[in-house]
Design a binder for this molecule. Structure first.
Ligand code: SF4
Length: 342
């Protein structure tokens, strides 16, 4: 049996027509599953007996099992879900006045070993299926109803572009107007900087947003923070993000966690401003506030000087706080520091 949430509308249509059912049944089943959220094939009242029987034998409608939920003092909520093979993943919901942003995971573990990221430290276990990604959305939407999830960021555990096919499949399912109908402008992918996949993503013209974990505009520093930089240095990364931005007609966001003594000097600010102006991007600055004793956030004075340098150079940036610190919702990346203004 296959998990039906792994199927886009086209996949369903192909599967059904290749088994002798009319093409229009693909749309009918898609609507029952994703729009009406029916979890029992027998309740799909406009389908023939034969089709319901086929669906029962071929597909399962699975739900993720919630094993733990934590709530931060700032109202951020972290959910731990168990997968069918016993592995676990996290999703995080950040409620704000006018929106609620859900951060979903795309892999169990991660290959990329970014310096301050907990997800990378235990290594990579496996990719999530599209069903497991969509399952995080459904599980949180159900738990929080009638509150609506208004934004989705692919920024939880794992590198979304390293699980390219399933990430794209889940986005196509989310955006389909016959189903969930999630707005493309409210979906954002965050990457550590996989250049070929950013170019691939640009070609798909999905209309979604892109953010890149940059952290420094200098290769020497970024090499240390994010080993992927040795494979795809900043110059190559910028060419790819420009390509994306040209196609999407939108600014790419560059995430920069500010760490005293590493990336907070006047020179760092000037280099960052130059980069932002060159690629027509905006920076999302987050002063470090993790728990490592060796790493410190910049002082307010350093922050003021840094941001003034950006202003003086007309660089576009926002300065924000990490959310859900007390429940480690910010583990994963320097990461789950949510792009709340996207
Ligand atoms: S920051 Fe992202 S890409 Fe880097 S190790 Fe963590 S999950 Fe992987």
């Amino acid at each position: 049996m296959e998990a039906i949430y792994n199927f886009t509308e086209k996949d369903l249509k192909d599967k059904l027509t290749s088994n002798g059912f009319p093409g229009y049944t693909g749309r009918q089943v898609f609507e029952w599953v994703y729009k009406k959220r029916v979890s029992n094939f027998d309740s799909m009242s406009n389908l023939s007996k034969k089709l319901k029987e086929f669906l029962r034998k071929s597909f399962s409608i699975t739900k993720l099992k919630l094993i733990k939920k934590e709530k931060s003092t700032d109202k951020t909520e972290k959910y731990l879900f168990e997968l069918e093979d016993g592995m676990a993943i996290e999703a995080v919901l950040i409620p704000e006045k006018e929106r609620s942003t859900l951060c979903v995971s795309t892999q169990v573990g991660c290959k990329f070993k970014c310096l301050f990221c907990v997800s990378g430290q235990d290594g990579f276990k496996r990719n999530l299926t599209a069903s497991e990604i969509i399952g995080q959305y459904f599980a949180v939407a159900d738990l929080k109803a009638p509150l609506k999830v208004t934004n989705i960021v692919f920024m939880g555990i794992g590198e979304p572009l390293d699980n390219f096919d399933n990430t794209i499949k889940s986005i196509n399912i989310l955006m389909n107007s016959a189903g969930i109908n999630f707005s493309k402008r409210r979906i954002s992918i965050s990457t550590c900087g996989l250049v070929p996949e950013i170019k691939e993503l640009a070609k798909l013209k999905l209309g979604i947003k892109l953010s890149v974990s940059l952290h420094s505009a200098e290769n020497d520093i970024r090499d240390k923070l994010m080993p992927i930089n040795k494979k795809y240095p900043i110059e190559e990364l910028m060419l790819a993000t420009r390509e994306f931005s040209k196609v999407s007609k939108d600014l790419v966001t560059f995430e920069c966690v500010l760490i005293e003594g590493i990336n907070t000097s006047v020179d760092d600010a000037r280099k960052l401003a130059k980069l932002l102006n060159r690629v027509n991007g905006k920076a999302n600055l987050i002063p470090y506030n993790g728990s490592s004793p060796e790493i410190k956030a910049p002082t307010q004075e350093q922050l003021d000087i840094f941001t003034q340098e950006l202003k003086d150079r007309s660089a576009f940036f926002t300065l924000r706080k990490s959310r859900g610190q007390d429940i480690n919702a910010a583990c994963g990346q320097l990461k789950v520091k949510y792009l709340l203004d996207q």
